[in-house]
Design a protein around this ligand. Structure first.
Ligand code: ADP
Ligand code: ZN
Length: 649
């Protein structure tokens, strides 16, 4: 089935075991990172077992694409959701009842409806696949209330095997999924969560949009990517900024009209080199294989969320970048959002723990990857992964205990001697000995700590505050985010707690260059590369004609293999990974014709319009100046949904 339908020569990782187990009627809980190959784990058992596999998926907007992709490989698939019209629905229902479907996608809210349950009773179900199973986790970042009702599957259809799948995998989430979906007795399969092709980088935030543009221009020109922002307003502003600077960018957030959202998502999937600027409302289930970078302009709320979002890069296994810019204001902002949230104490404490783990990842002076894996309860094979910023350019770590003490004593003195609380800005001004209006007005220049911090730059002082906040050695309080000491501050002041800092890179130093070979034709000979480009152009025209994303026709990797093999017959073409029987019948002759044209051309064909810039021209070209100025707002206060907090109570 793997070979005939999907065209793949061998299983990956634990796929074989999982498929055997579920095909044999067993229940399974599968934890595998994004891009690991979860879909085959339920698709193949559904094809092998009699009846229809029912897939529960929250991704209504992607069901059509998922079904199209399956039909392209000859699988009889359909979906039922609320976005469908009556006639369509009736047609799919009839197909299901007649046993004409291998797979049926259903939205979780649909399953709660009695009519749907009666419908399912009228056909034969081969298995239930619960996709994105972490949506059942109430503490998680993607909670969907309808998932809680899914335990009824087991009660109503006790003999039908169930397989739950997710890419989110702390032990706590796994236990919660098993418990809520009554999968405690199911076999658990946990893959390694490492994504070695993704380069993890976290940089201090100075001028975020400019830093971002720099990243896109120097490392990912013309490539597809996702940029996450916290607020809707900053999504729109960032998208506009990128467009003004010549980047093909689109906005996506929950405040946009449904049709605009669907259209933008569809363009992102179908056009090459699109950049999606989005809130976290975007991305679950996006199976575009060639997303080359995921950038965060704001601090994610949890490591789970961060890993899920960055995991959308590089599903095709090619080098990709996960880049996050974070600053002091992110910490202040997130702490404040937690403090002022509606949830009960347990909820706030949970949110604070998630944030602390995220901050620890940002501030770490060790390998980001090993820290990420540790977080998911896995051990890295090495503590130098060679593909994160820490490993590529080891940061100097330095003993920041004395500066930390200076800062904490400033906060302490303001409170003890003056009965005042101020934000980070004023404390830093005092330490730097700045005679600002505000310093003079409050006679802060008479404090004994005034001017004792000239050894650090302002950005470094912000780093000290950030580090202290991240570690709970200092806290922010109230509407104005004033600094206050915590119980743990005393340890630092007494010299019992050491504070190790990550050295802030001087603003101008570039992050390490992406390793080469991101360009899809990079590892081909010049002749094969030109064949590859011709195949891509052919694929683009077919995709357009059929209204499907190009990668549904063939992946880049498959086209590359075809170009290198240069098959002369359909039989030969069928041996290429990714060419199954149905695609061979549908597209085989066209591919051979395209190869033949390419061989008979004396001159190499001109690159098609959609071709990427040649690898040699990707770096080192003079860059146009950005069309935006950045001095209208202080760099660290780049939030759009709230004015920067005033510094004084
Ligand atoms: P996930 O759902 O775990 O994020 P997918 O099921 O979408 O991942 O698989 C990721 C990609 O890997 C898909 O393009 C899929 O076709 C491909 N893939 C999955 N299993 C195999 C395999 N055994 N051999 C080759 N490619 C595979
Ligand atoms: Zn590393």
């Amino acid at each position: 089935m793997l070979n005939r339908v999907f065209g793949y020569p061998s299983f990956r990782g634990q796929q074989h075991d999982i498929i055997e187990h579920v095909a044999g009627g067993g229940d399974a809980l599968v934890l595998m990172p994004t891009g690991g190959g979860k879909s085959l784990c339920y698709q193949i058992p559904a094809l092998v077992r009699p009846g229809t596999g029912v897939v529960i998926s929250p991704l209504i907007a992607l069901m059509q694409d998922q079904v199209d992709a399956l039909r392209t490989v000859g699988v009889r698939a359909g979906f039922l959701n609320s976005a469908q019209d009556y006639d369509e629905r009736r047609l799919v229902e009839a197909e299901f009842v007649n046993g004409d479907l291998d797979l049926l996608y259903v939205a979780p809210e649909g399953l709660g409806v009695a009519a749907t349950q009666r419908l399912l009773d009228r056909g034969k179900i081969s298995l239930f696949a619960i996709d994105e199973a972490h949506c059942v986790s109430q503490w998680g970042h993607d909670f969907r209330p309808d998932y809680l009702g899914l335990s009824m599957l087991h009660e109503r259809w006790p003999d039908v095997p169930r397989i739950a799948l997710t890419a989110t995998a702390t032990t706590a989430t796994r236990d919660e999924i098993a418990h809520r979906l009554q999968l405690a007795d199911a076999r658990h399969f946990t893959a390694s969560f490492d994504r070695p092709n993704i380069q993890y980088r976290i940089v201090p935030k100075n001028e975020p949009r400019k830093q971002l543009l720099d990243l896109l221009r120097t490392e990912h020109p013309g490539e597809a990517g996702i940029i996450y922002c916290l607020s809707r307003a900053s999504v729109e502003k960032t998208a506009e900024f990128l467009v003004q600077n010549g980047v093909k960018a689109l906005p996506y957030h929950a405040g946009l009209d449904n049709r605009v959202r669907a259209a933008n998502q569809s363009r992102f999937l179908r056009e090459e080199g699109m950049v999606m600027v989005a809130t976290i409302a975007f991305g679950m289930g996006i199976d575009k294989p060639d997303v080359r970078f995921v950038a965060h302009l704001d601090l994610p709320k949890s490591v789970e969320g961060y890993y899920q979002e960055t995991g959308r890069a590089g599903r095709d296994g090619q080098p990709s970048t996960a880049w996050l810019a974070y600053g002091l204001q992110d910490v202040v902002q997130q702490r404040k959002m937690i403090d002022s949230s509606d949830g009960d104490l347990a909820h706030r404490r949970n949110a604070a723990q998630h944030l602390d783990a995220m901050l620890a990842l940002c501030e770490t002076v060790t390998c980001r990857r090993s820290q990420l894996l540790n977080y998911f309860g896995q051990t890295a094979t090495t503590d130098n992964c060679g593909n994160c910023d820490t490993c590529l350019t080891p940061p100097e770590s330095w003993d920041g205990t004395v500066p930390a003490q200076k800062l904490l004593s400033t906060v302490l003195r303001l409170q003890r001697e003056r009965g005042q609380k101020f934000g980070a800005g004023q404390s830093i001004d005092i330490l730097l000995g700045k005679e600002t209006d505000k310093v003079q007005r409050f006679r802060h220049n008479e404090l004994s700590v005034f001017g004792i911090g000239a050894e650090l730059r302002e950005a470094e002082w912000r780093g000290v505050v950030r580090k202290l906040l991240a570690g709970g050695l200092l806290a922010v309080e109230g509407e104005y985010s004033t600094l206050v000491l915590t119980d743990a501050s005393a340890g630092v002041l007494r010299g019992e707690t050491k504070v190790m800092m990550r050295r802030e890179a001087p603003a101008k130093v570039r992050a390490p260059k992406q390793r080469a070979a991101a360009a899809p034709a990079a590892d081909l000979s010049p002749a094969d590369a030109s064949t590859f480009e011709r195949l891509r152009a052919w694929r683009a025209s077919v995709a357009k004609e059929q209204g499907m994303p190009a990668y549904v026709i063939f992946h880049d990797a498959t086209l590359r293999a075809i170009a290198a093999l240069n098959p002369k017959t359909l039989g030969e073409l069928g041996t290429v990974s990714g060419v199954g029987q149905s695609k061979l019948t549908k597209f085989g002759q066209q591919v051979l014709d395209t190869l033949h044209e390419s061989a008979s051309d004396a001159a190499p064909p001109p690159p098609p319009v959609a071709a990427r810039p040649a690898a040699s021209s990707r770096f080192g070209e003079p860059e146009p100046e950005p069309a935006f100025t950045f001095d209208e707002e202080p760099p660290d206060f780049d939030y759009d949904h709230e004015p920067p907090p005033p510094d004084y109570t």
